[in-house]
Design a protein around this ligand. Structure first.
Ligand code: GAL
Length: 712
């Protein structure tokens, strides 16, 4: 294990694999929504704000090709030219998220079909199926055409493929093309249908298949579908997007291999394995809407502060995940360890690194249940937060509030009359501040293991309405961030030797090879904190033949005798290190074998049985937590892990104040509506702000994160 405190700047850069960059502000622009006479003014106002990047074109198929074969590029040429001449870099998008009416009418079979057989109609966006043969041909045609058009433009620096794959629950489609493609996917994955029957376990409820041709997508049924079918369908659907994205990146690379290629992923997005998609991208980007996420995909309660500025941990969990997705999960090989046949993953690990926020919330937005105005300063705070977690470019969505269409209630940097909105002030301030930074990468001593396949398997059988993979991951992640520790979020198959400690909130699907890898990491001195529901299942989504944690039993030094899912009405507490802690939703009654009991249940039928185990293995140590921990228990376990692994950290910060370190700068980010004063070494320099950070404000110091102290 490396001792991070001894790193020189150069070795740190080598480890993070990133050159120094000066972060930039950008914006998403839709010239097609505005009269041409306005464009020059728009560009002047962008330049005045310090905007250096513009993204365009993601929904413009209808403007670019109003009738089959009749192209109109003149308007986009003009916009690209205007921006480029003003010194702004242009990122164009392939317009495939919105197949136009003429195409849908010509080929209604390109539409997605819901599980109940209802086709998704024209009239919004993302109404196409990734496996529709016709649509794949049409995609290749339009991508080639737009790509060729801008191959010689000095202003177009990169491409975003499509827009937010899977938005509006569109990863899984149930049409006939998908049925045929799923059968082929199964044929590739299984030797024959007998093997499929055995691995899934189809003797349950008479579900045996006599041939691959009999297998259907999990369409509408009276009761739930077979969990092994559900998991394979989730894998297949994700692989279909990987394959569809590759269709686009292959064409773009063939035209010009100097462009960078990216895609704008979404926050806490469950149904697409972004590690796999990023194997074909150079940069990972995601779209961050903190106050919306605090309502519709939250990790915790909706508080007044979160409604004004978002939940910092929910947001940075995505920064840390996509930063690693952009880096190809630290350059690893394919994921055989989890049992994947890797039918779609392909060139995993080629991501050259780099993180962008392609869409940053600019103010109030149209889609969450409520849209309070963000707190004063929040739009600037979010950009600094992103930069602190590794972002090189932060683009606000959108330039100007639109006067037509579905998103009229969505703010832009400018109001719909063209005057500056609150976000414009934030962007302008950043345009002044960011050029002063010269930043390498984030150097994280701790890895948190994240598996889309575990997420899919657990979503198929959550066993409690409150059980949520993101919340489980979030509770451990929040504890790490509360102690100001930088975290890399990695797939279970990533190499771990660079990390002093590893947190695995759960490893649900476990093959023997994954267990061996972790054993060897611990044996060589690694420290692991492992959460509940680990080792329950084989990669086929069937229970292991031994009690949980199955192949991880010798690592954990014990077994799960019993488990229960718990509604909020049942008290659930345990005792650990002389204190009582709350937990919720999930409890395991453990038995120690080689390991020792370090915590016991205090409540309910579990009272007195072991809930937490510790096990020394070789030079390292494993702690197993058999519950969904409350915030205090997660903090207690994480701080013990950090101390044991020699990772320096702060005392626990309040949930609204976060400290993040990137290269030789440390950000103090205040997500609350009151100013806070943090403790800092007397000689600390503050290139931005001071130790007293205003409400929704930022301070940046050259003091290392671990030297700061929580307010008061
Ligand atoms: C994103 C999407 C944008 C826009 C935005 C509104 O999900 O990519 O096109 O709809 O949300 O917040």
């Amino acid at each position: 294990m490396t001792d991070d405190t001894d790193d020189t700047d150069d070795s740190r850069r080598e480890r993070t694999g990133e050159a120094e960059t000066t972060p930039r502000v950008g914006v998403c622009y839709f010239p097609e929504h505005w009269p041409r006479e306005r464009w020059e003014t728009d560009v002047e106002q962008m330049v005045a704000a310090g905007i250096e990047v513009v993204r365009m074109g993601e929904f413009a198929w209808g403007q670019l090709e109003p009738e089959r074969g009749q192209f109109d590029f003149e308007w986009l040429d003009t916009a690209v030219e205007l921006l480029g001449e003003a010194g702004i870099d242009v990122v164009l998008c392939t317009p495939t998220a919105t197949p136009p009416k003429w195409l849908v009418d010509e080929h209604p079979e390109i539409r997605q079909v819901d599980a109940d057989g209802t086709p998704r109609a024209f009239g919004s966006r993302r109404h196409y199926c990734f496996n529709a043969e016709v649509y794949r041909r049409e995609t290749e045609r339009i991508v080639r055409r737009v790509g060729q058009r801008y191959a010689d433009s000095p202003h177009v620096v990169g491409w975003q493929t499509d827009n937010e794959y899977g938005c509006h629950e569109t990863i899984q489609c149930y049409c006939d093309d998908c049925a045929a493609a799923f059968r082929d996917w199964c044929r590739e994955r299984y030797e024959d249908v007998t093997e499929l029957n055995e691995r899934w376990g189809t003797t349950f409820w008479s579900q045996q298949y006599r041939s691959f041709a009999e297998i259907d997508p999990p369409r509408h049924t009276p009761a739930e579908h077979h969990p092994s079918l559900l998991l394979d369908y989730a894998r297949f659907a994700s692989d279909s997007v990987v394959d569809y994205n590759r269709l686009q990146t292959d064409v773009l690379r063939e035209i010009d291999d100097e462009w960078f290629l990216t895609h704008n992923f979404m926050g806490n997005f469950p149904t697409l394995d972004a590690f796999d998609v990023a194997g074909d991208l150079d940069v990972a980007a995601w779209d961050s809407y903190p106050t919306g996420f605090a309502q519709d995909r939250r990790l915790g309660a909706v508080t007044a502060d979160r409604l004004r500025a978002g939940d910092p941990d929910q947001v940075s969990l995505n920064h840390d995940l996509y930063r690693q997705i952009g880096a190809g999960g630290r350059g690893t090989d394919a994921g055989g360890d989890t049992g994947r046949t890797d039918a779609g993953g392909g060139s995993r690990g080629t991501g050259a690194g780099g993180l962008w926020v392609m869409e940053q919330q600019p103010g109030d937005v149209n889609w969450p249940p409520h849209s309070p105005q963000p707190g004063e300063g929040a739009m600037r705070l979010w950009a600094h937060h992103a930069v602190a977690h590794g972002a090189d470019t932060v683009c606000y969505f959108r330039w100007r509030r639109c006067r037509q269409g579905q998103e009229q209630y969505h703010a832009g940097l400018r109001k719909h009359d063209g005057s500056p909105d609150r976000g414009y002030e934030a962007a302008t301030r950043l345009g002044d501040e960011l050029p002063a930074f010269d930043l390498g990468g984030v150097d994280a001593p701790v890895a948190l293991l994240f598996s889309y396949e575990d997420l899919w398997a657990l979503s198929a059988q959550p066993h409690a309405p409150e059980f949520d993979y993101w919340r489980l991951v979030g509770s451990f992640y929040r504890a790490l961030r509360g102690r100001s520790v930088q975290v890399d979020i990695l797939p279970p198959w990533a190499p771990l030797d660079d990390y002093a400690a590893v947190v695995a909130p759960t490893l649900h699907l476990v093959a023997a090879s994954l267990a061996r890898r972790l054993e060897s990491y611990v044996d060589r001195g690694g420290h692991v904190l492992l959460g509940p529901r680990s080792g329950y299942k084989r990669p086929d989504n069937r229970l292991q033949s031994t009690l949980a944690p199955g192949p991880l039993a010798s690592l954990v030094g014990g077994r799960v005798e019993q488990h229960e899912s718990l509604p909020p009405e049942l008290d659930s507490r345990l005792r650990y290190a002389g204190e009582t802690y709350d937990y919720d939703t999930w409890a395991e009654w453990l038995t120690a074998e080689e390991g020792s009991v370090i915590g016991r249940h205090e409540t309910g039928a579990a009272a007195d049985s072991p809930a937490l185990l510790a096990n020394e293995v070789g030079d390292g140590r494993v702690t197993y937590c058999g519950v969904q921990p409350g915030a205090d228990l997660a903090d207690a376990l994480v701080s013990t892990l950090l101390d044991g692994a020699g990772v320096s950290h702060t005392a626990r910060f309040p949930a609204t104040v976060r400290v993040a370190e990137r290269d030789d700068h440390t950000w103090v980010l205040n997500f609350a509506d009151e100013p806070v004063t943090v403790g800092a070494p007397a000689d600390a320099e503050w290139p931005v702000g001071s130790p007293t950070v205003p409400a929704y404000g930022v301070g940046v110091t050259t003091a290392p994160a671990a030297t700061l102290a929580p307010p008061g």
